[in-house]
Ligand binder design. Sequence first.
Ligand SMILES: NC(=O)c1ccc[n+]([C@@H]2O[C@H](COP(=O)([O-])OP(=O)(O)OC[C@H]3O[C@@H](n4cnc5c(N)ncnc54)[C@H](OP(=O)(O)O)[C@@H]3O)[C@@H](O)[C@H]2O)c1
Length: 301
Amino acid sequence: MFVITGASGRTGRAAAVRLLAAGYRVRAVGRSAQRLADLAARGAEVWEADPTDPAALTDAFRGADGIYAVIQPNYIPDHPDFRAFQDQVAASLTKAVTESSVTRVVGLSSWGARHPKGTGPVMGLHRFEQRLSTVPGVDTLWLRAGYFMENLLDHIDTAKAHHRISAPFDPDIPLPFVTTGDIGVRAAEELATGTWHGTEVLELQGERDVSMREAAGVIANAVHADVLTYQQTSLDDFHAELRSKGVSVNVADMMVEVGEAVNSRYMRTEQPRTARTSTPTSIERFMEEEFAPRYRAARPD
Ligand SMILES: NC(=O)c1ccc[n+]([C@@H]2O[C@H](COP(=O)([O-])OP(=O)(O)OC[C@H]3O[C@@H](n4cnc5c(N)ncnc54)[C@H](OP(=O)(O)O)[C@@H]3O)[C@@H](O)[C@H]2O)c1
């Protein structure tokens, strides 16, 4: 039986669906059984536990052959101290792994998590790796995922209204764009059949590296836009834009740090691109299947 944390979320749900489809028993963990109802309908055992509650997670992990451990959600926009929240969830997951005597963990981390600081929210994932990897007798595989293609779904309104997408990233820096679905599938496959020992790190770099300029072109094709360009925003303007949308100073500061880290190449992939570090979904397919339908459904420009 495999335990999936964050099972109502993006990577967790994909992992649970994959394991269930392959005939494995799955315990799907989330804060609300209602949000896990579709997984229950597919045969999952649903388990309510808050990610900040180590006792509840310990109960959830008992008897598992392996767990998928994820600090969720992706981020909390108005949180006054998101790193403290990440540390709290990391501590809770680590205590639960220790107390439940689980011996196999696939953990979700990020490209850039090698660095102890200077990477915004990825610093919390570095600390998660460090903390959980100290538990004796546990084989842990860290999936250091690239930049989620789903992040681009936040640009739909701007794309439609202003025929551009904008972000603080240099237009030509190659980014390891990956889908959350592919990450979840890989997590499931590693849990079911992976053969790692001790603590290992595996980057998931997506189908290929894609720059923001190229991504804008792919979006333009997918939505049949005559004009759709990429505009690099200054870090100050990016911070101000986030603040105007209600993002806390703490989280806006972290997001700016990601922009700096990516543009300076401090944050970059480090493992060679191979079949194992690559995932199947191309950015073209993602834009056709995920971006374009939402774009068409968005309010008219
Ligand atoms: N964005 C990127 O480019 C990127 C790249 C690499 C790694 N990552 C990492 O990926 C992880 C996110 O994975 P994911 O996308 O699979 O997760 P996700 O989809 O963001 O997780 C969403 C789930 O989080 C739970 N949730 C929502 N608000 C919450 C709150 N205030 N407190 C506690 N739980 C809450 C909800 O589950 P319930 O309501 O059912 O509990 C929801 O289904 C993060 O650790 C992030 O750092 C992100």
